[in-house]
Design a protein around this ligand. Structure first.
Ligand SMILES: *Cc1c(COP(=O)(O)O)cnc(C)c1O
Length: 478
């Protein structure tokens, strides 16, 4: 079809017929990708030079046929991507997106509501509020008290929690900054926590030295004695402990910190208690899964990333708390150009980090609305069963499982083998294209990590990974 984008009157406008054609073409390309992917390598070989050379052919000096650009982009993504939508991607929490989530993204982009002020996007704002409340209630926060917002991901949600905790503990910080504190504010997370905390401390003006990475016990959970000692030492040194973070599902090994005990320490020491459940928080949707997270309901705030185990397309995080006033003290500002707030309604820009806001929550709403909570529960339970199958299969093959978690992330090692051996096995498996797995540093040693990440993964894929590992092990041993 002719490139009608170039008409003099409105260069960006396409005809209705042309729009439909492009959507159909895109749908065809996606379907072909999904159908053929299981027979292709999970991780293609690629050099930066090769990709750059291709991308640089676009000099933007002339117009291109939209259909040709769509084709080319799909080819680039197909050839030069680690395929997280592959059934044998046993990777880093990056899901095969729920199809209703993909449609949610499409609708959000096409209608493009601006969520900053409620009055500009009533439908979108109420849909997001409804989903945030629902997830908050599953966490165990009292119905009607849930506050929070969608975020781009877990890092932004954790940043939100840190800022809120700072302002709750040291109210002057909101206007005078962290130098208003009587001493250096410090926060506590385990050595196995996500290192976004380091960046967050920098963003908040606290500096990375404000993060206490508390040692873990033999099961890789935050050591309570070490935590008490660290808080005590900070108090004596004139520092100002303000935030304790429990990780529910560590990124490396899926470890759940002892949440009830941490909640008790936080209460006793007057610290805010944040639970970072970016990945495993989705387990609140399943009855069995919710039990793994016992104690999460005692948190002051919680991070859950729908773009991990809820299989929303990236990016989608949720920040949850019950302190709407605190959020306003942390984020509200008066402006002369925003539409005035309507009565009871709440403008997101007054209680969260973002200003202009994309309709992040739609993809989560559409998946929840179609699957229902039971559909999600079945997926979560099924993933846990596949994790158990992988764990027992690897055990039967002589691997030692080194992490202790009911969640579907399995870290394993060959007894007495070196870090280099484990890295070589990973490289061999990934290089063969059979599956995607990764090395993981746990304490002083390197193990191999495999996580049930895609809803396309079946028992056959688990057994294919097992076979690929056995073959790789033979080759590396030589
Ligand atoms: C993924 C993850 C994060 C970071 O979240 P993003 O969505 O990548 O910003 C933080 N904490 C934990 C435990 C995570 O697994």
């Amino acid at each position: 079809m002719a490139n009608d984008a170039g008409s003099a009157a409105a260069p960006l406008a396409l005809s209705s017929a042309h729009r439909r054609l492009l959507i159909e073409q895109t749908a065809d390309l996606i379907e072909r990708h999904y159908e053929t992917l299981p027979d292709r390598p999970v991780a293609p070989e690629v050099s930066p030079q090769r990709v750059r050379q291709h991308v640089r052919r676009y000099e933007f000096t002339s117009a291109n046929d939209p259909a040709a650009v769509v084709d080319d982009v799909a080819r680039m993504l197909g050839d030069w991507t680690v395929h997280v939508t592959h059934p044998r991607y046993f990777g880093l929490f990056n899901p095969t997106p729920a199809w209703m989530g993909v449609l949610g993204e499409t609708l959000a982009a096409a209608y493009n509501p601006q969520l900053a002020a409620w009055s500009h996007a009533a439908a979108a704002n109420e849909i997001e509020r409804h989903v945030v409340s629902f997830i908050g209630e599953r966490v165990g926060f009292p119905r009607g008290d849930v506050a929070g917002s969608f975020t781009t991901g877990g890092a932004e949600a954790n940043l939100t929690g840190t800022l809120l905790a700072l302002v709750r503990r040291i109210p002057e910080v909101a206007d005078d900054g962290v130098r208003a504190a009587a001493g250096q504010p410090v926060l506590y997370a385990s050595e196995e926590s996500h290192l976004a905390w380091i960046k967050i401390a920098r963003v908040c003006g606290l500096g990375s030295n404000a993060v206490r990475l508390v040692p873990v016990d033999a099961r890789l959970r935050m050591d309570l004695g070490a935590l008490q000692d660290a808080v005590e030492a900070d108090r004596r040194a004139g520092n100002v402990p303000f935030l304790l973070i429990g990780t529910a599902g560590t990124t490396g090994a899926g470890i759940i910190d002892p949440l009830p005990e941490l909640a008790a320490v936080a209460a006793e020491r007057e610290l805010s208690f944040h639970v970072d459940a970016a990945w495993a928080g989705a387990a609140v949707l399943s009855e069995a899964g919710r039990a793994f997270l016992d104690g999460i309901e005692r948190a002051d705030s919680v991070t859950i990333d729908p773009h991990k185990w809820m299989s929303a397309p990236m990016g989608a995080g949720i920040f949850l708390c019950t302190d709407l006033d605190g959020l306003h003290r942390t984020f509200d500002v008066a402006t002369r150009y925003m539409p005035p707030a309507l009565g009871e309604t709440i403008d997101p820009y007054t209680h969260s980090i973002q200003w202009s806001r994309r309709f992040i929550g739609l993809k989560v709403f559409m998946a929840l609305a179609t699957l229902g909570v039971d559909g999600y529960a079945r997926q979560i339970d099924r993933d846990c069963e596949l994790g158990d199958e992988l764990r027992s299969s690897l055990g039967a093959d002589g691997w030692r499982v080194v992490n202790d978690t009911p969640l579907p992330v399995v870290c394993f090692a060959e007894p007495a083998a070196t870090d280099a051996f484990h890295r070589a096995v990973v490289d061999d498996v990934v290089g063969s294209g059979a599956a995607w797995i990764s090395p993981v540093q746990l304490g002083d040693t390197v193990a191999i990590r495999a996580c049930i990440t895609s809803h396309r993964t079946t028992s056959e894929d688990v057994q294919a990974l097992r076979a690929a590992l056995a073959a790789a092990r033979e080759r590396v041993h030589g």
